[in-house]
Design a protein around this ligand. Structure first.
Ligand code: ADP
Ligand code: MG
Length: 356
C-alpha cells in the first residue's frame, strides 16, 4: 500500500471548522466557502457550499434543513410518525396506504438493497433493535440486556423485507413480526435527495455530511473535495480521500450509538441471524455514487464481517470498501487502497483483498 503525503492540517481544519462554526462564510479572491450546521436525525449535519453568493447558499442550506426536519418526523422509528403508523398496521395484519412521495420510494429501495445483501441489511428487524434498547434518544442509562428467550423468539419469526407487499401505494406484510426501522440507510438516502435538491437550487459544488454519512458534488474551486474518514474510536481522522463529481462516503461505526452494560460494549448494528449486536468490526466505510446503497452496504458489511464482506459487496455492486477490525487492522479492496491516504506516522496494519 502506497501512501501519499498531503496537507494534514488542511484536512483537520476542514473537519474541525465544520464542527465549531455555524453559518460561516469565507470570501477571498472571489472564492467562497459557505458552511452551516444543524442538528437532525440524532446527529450534526454539516453542509459546505463552494462558489455561490452567501445569500443563495444560505437559502439553499435552509431549504435542506427544512426537508431534513420533515423527513426526520416522517421516518421516525419510535416517536409517533407515518412510519410508526405503518408499523402499527403491519403488527395488526392490516393494509395501509402510504404517501407516494415519502415512504414508498424508500421502501422499494430498502427492499431491493436488503435482498441484494442476503438480508444482512434488514430494516424489518425494528423489534430486535428496540429490544436492545436502541429506540431511545438517551444512551446514558445502563439498561439490562434483553432475555435470550425473547431474542430467540424474534429471530424465529424471521421478519424480512421480502415479507412486505407493495401494491400501488398500499403496503402490507405477510409477517406481523415485521417492524420497519430505516436507521441504517435513512441518512444515506436523505443525502441523495438533498444533493438532488441542491442541484435544482443552482448549487454545483457542495458537501452534505450527516454524521459520517456524506455526499459530495463538484469540487472545492480548482481542487477536489478532501474528505476525512473518521477513526473508529470517534476521535480524529483515520484516513483521507479526495472526491470530485457525485460521490457518497458513508461510515458505519460504533462511536456514536452503542450500549454499555457491565463494562461490555454492545453495537447498535444487530445480526438478524442471531439477534445479537455485531462483533469484530469497529467501522466500515463504503464509497458509492448512491448514498442509500453506500449506507445500506456499510451496515450489511458490518454484519457480514471479515468472512463474508467481499461476497456481499459484490452482490450489492459496491466498488470501494474499507473495514477496520477491533485490533485496528484495516482491510480494503485494491481500488479503495489506491484512493485513501493515511498519515505516514500513523500508518495502520493494512490488508488488501482481491479486487471486487
Ligand atoms: P449509523 O447510524 O451510525 O450511520 P448504520 O448506518 O449502520 O449506522 O445504522 C445503524 C442503525 O440501523 C441502528 O441504530 C438500527 O436502527 C438499524 N439497524 C441495526 N442493525 C441493522 C441491520 N442488520 N439491518 C438494518 N438496520 C439495522
Ligand atoms: Mg448504514
Amino acid at each position: 500500500m502506497q501512501t501519499r503525503t498531503y496537507t494534514w492540517p488542511l484536512l483537520a481544519g476542514l473537519l474541525l471548522a465544520g464542527l465549531l462554526l455555524a453559518g460561516l462564510f469565507r470570501a477571498n479572491g472571489g472564492n467562497q466557502l459557505y458552511q452551516q450546521q444543524f442538528y437532525v436525525f440524532g446527529t450534526l449535519v454539516d453542509i459546505s457550499i463552494w462558489g455561490l453568493a452567501e445569500q443563495q447558499a444560505s437559502e439553499a442550506v435552509n431549504a435542506i434543513a427544512n426537508d431534513f426536519q420533515t423527513k426526520h418526523r416522517n421516518w421516525h422509528a419510535w416517536h409517533s410518525s407515518p412510519l410508526t403508523d405503518l408499523n402499527q398496521a403491519i403488527a395488526t395484519g392490516q393494509t395501509r396506504t402510504v404517501q407516494e412521495t415519502s415512504l414508498l420510494p424508500m421502501l422499494k429501495q430498502a427492499k431491493q438493497l436488503s435482498h441484494q445483501s442476503d438480508g444482512f441489511f434488514n430494516p424489518a428487524i425494528g423489534q430486535l433493535i428496540g429490544l436492545w434498547g436502541f429506540h431511545t434518544d438517551d444512551f446514558s442509562d445502563n439498561l439490562p440486556l434483553p432475555s435470550p428467550d425473547k431474542i430467540a423468539e424474534l429471530v424465529a419469526l424471521a421478519p424480512s423485507m421480502d415479507d412486505i407487499k407493495i401494491n400501488g401505494n398500499r403496503i402490507s406484510s405477510r409477517n406481523r413480526a415485521v417492524q420497519l426501522d430505516f436507521g441504517a440507510f435513512a441518512k444515506g438516502y436523505a443525502v441523495d435527495l438533498a444533493i438532488e435538491k441542491l442541484r435544482q437550487l443552482g448549487v454545483q459544488n457542495a458537501i452534505i455530511n450527516a454524521g459520517g454519512n456524506l455526499k459530495a458534488i463538484g469540487k472545492k474551486g480548482e481542487k477536489p473535495w478532501l474528505i476525512g474518514i473518521r477513526h473508529p474510536s470517534g476521535k480524529g481522522v483515520l484516513a483521507a480521500c479526495s472526491v470530485s463529481g457525485e460521490e457518497s462516503i458513508i461510515t458505519s461505526g460504533n462511536y456514536e450509538r452503542f450500549r454499555e452494560y457491565q463494562g461490555v460494549h454492545y453495537s447498535h448494528i444487530i445480526d438478524p441471524r442471531n439477534g445479537m449486536p455485531t462483533q469484530g468490526l469497529t467501522s466500515v466505510t463504503v464509497i458509492d455514487s448512491s448514498g442509500a446503497r453506500a449506507d445500506a452496504a456499510s451496515t450489511a458489511l458490518t454484519v457480514a464481517g471479515l468472512q463474508d464482506w467481499h461476497r456481499i459487496a459484490q452482490q450489492m455492486g459496491v466498488k470501494y470498501v474499507m473495514l477496520v477490525d477491533e485490533a485496528g487492522t484495516v482491510y480494503m479492496n485494491p481500488a479503495m487502497a489506491a484512493r485513501v491516504q493515511f498519515l505516514p506516522e500513523k500508518l495502520p496494519n493494512i490488508v488488501v483483498s482481491e479486487p471486487l
